[in-house]
Design a binder for this molecule. Structure first.
Ligand code: SF4
Length: 416
């Protein structure tokens, strides 16, 4: 009987050509050691060649592994060609049924474990650099991932289309608002044309960060359509609450508690009505669907981004009255920011879909929790960086290959 995760990965590979599933299938194949499998995967990724076409195992000198890899490749190709996982299932079942043709070198038989006493526990040295809200978000989401990213720092993050889209769109908006600091409905056509030109230019510059020509064209068209909707929102907002853009990609580095933090605020607006500020974060990925949902994430200490921006400006002597996440992902719907008005500690929460309130008390608690987490990381009291228990945390994690403790996803439903 196959393990459900293997059957699920075989299905994902044969039906959809899911390369992550194929990599997991190689790592799970007992006839090949995890070292050889990991090396083969790393080589295939580095050379951008299909794993199922690889000619051999880079680190293996054992001919049995070479034979096993040839069988595995053949089954992988057959399963994909037929859109049918049976060849892979049979391969895994045969290894489960018979003695595996390869087993890892039996080091324990040569060197008894007792001759290798465990190293004495050592505190993990943590990087001595300012903290960012995104690093703390990662720390609370998955401490293991934070450890890989900020302590081991083992690999460059590969370019992903979503990240390239976000970087290019941010660059276009940065240039746009340096030219249009006071948006208004009277400038609508001029703003539309200028932002469109800047988006096209930004995606042309970002062309090398996309894998294919088709990808860059698709993402550029998505951004151009979204930019039109962004202008609609700017005009509407300027009519309701006239403002001036006073900061774009502003670097902030406040000391909170005894800790140094650092970050970049996408946009800062000053309202003409009372001189207060709105801090704005552009979001090109998924975000909370309502103001209430975002506020609850802040209350559960799962998201520090906007609270951090808030405090960076308050500590600089400003008065921040609004926090906003501006969605720039979906060109098919109007740009409707998730916006929280800052209210007193005693004011009851008010919510109306994308708009709501957040109390100063919630923001103070978030600030104190940021400092607590920074203290914990700096104290070197952490003896183990726990892996997340939520499979969703792993969806975009680039360390899945190295992370043996990652939670297994729920079996996919309706996948056939
Ligand atoms: S694979 Fe999952 S559990 Fe492992 S580090 Fe990444 S997010 Fe954390």
């Amino acid at each position: 009987m196959l393990r459900p995760t293997i059957a699920q990965d075989a299905l994902a590979w044969s039906n959809r050509g899911d390369r992550s599933a194929l990599e997991r299938l190689l790592l799970a194949y007992p006839a090949i050691s995890s070292i050889s499998a990991t090396a083969a995967i790393a080589l295939a990724r580095a050379t951008r060649s299909p794993l199922e076409e690889a000619t051999g195992l880079p680190l293996s000198r054992d001919p049995r592994e070479g034979d096993a890899f040839a069988l595995w490749r053949s089954a992988a190709r057959e399963a994909r060609a037929n859109r049918e996982p049976r060849a892979l299932e049979l391969l895994f079942e045969s290894v489960d049924r018979d003695a595996p043709p390869f087993s890892a070198p039996a080091l324990r038989e040569v060197v008894p474990p007792s001759t290798l006493p465990p190293d004495p526990p050592q505190p993990v040295p943590t990087p001595n650099r300012p903290f960012s809200a995104s690093a703390l978000n990662m720390f609370v989401d998955c401490r293991r991932r934070w450890f890989y990213r900020y302590v081991c720092d083992p690999i460059d993050e590969p370019n992903a289309p979503a990240a390239s889209y976000g970087t290019a769109f941010h660059a276009a908006l940065e240039r746009f608002h340096s030219e249009f600091a006071r948006p208004s409905a009277a400038l609508r056509t001029e703003m539309q044309q200028r932002l469109d030109a800047l988006v096209v230019d930004a995606f042309e510059r970002a062309r090398p960060t996309f894998d294919t020509v088709v990808e860059v064209e698709l993402q550029k068209q998505r951004a151009r359509r979204t930019a039109l909707r962004y202008i609609d929102w700017l005009c509407e907002r300027a009519e309701q609450l006239p403002f001036e853009v006073i900061g774009i990609e502003r670097r902030v580095a406040p000391t909170i508690g005894d800790r140094q933090f650092v970050g970049f605020i996408d946009r800062i607006d000053r309202f003409e009505r009372d001189g207060s500020l709105a801090v704005i974060d552009y979001k090109t990925g998924s975000i909370a669907e309502s103001a209430k949902e975002y506020r609850e994430r802040v209350r559960r200490f799962e998201d520090f981004q906007l609270p951090f921006y808030y405090w960076s400006q308050q500590l600089a002597g400003e008065s921040v009255s609004r926090l906003a996440l501006v969605p720039l992902k979906d060109h098919t719907v109007p740009v409707t920011p998730i916006e929280l008005e800052v209210v007193s500690a005693t004011a009851p929460s008010r919510d109306n879909g994308a708009r709501g309130t957040i109390s100063i008390l919630d923001l103070e608690r978030a600030r104190d929790r940021m400092v607590e987490l920074a203290d914990e990381i700096c104290s070197e009291r952490i003896d183990a960086f726990r892996a997340s228990t939520d499979p969703e945390s792993c969806a975009y994690c680039i360390y899945t290959l190295a992370c043996r403790a990652r939670p297994q996803p729920e079996p996919e439903r309706f996948s056939r």
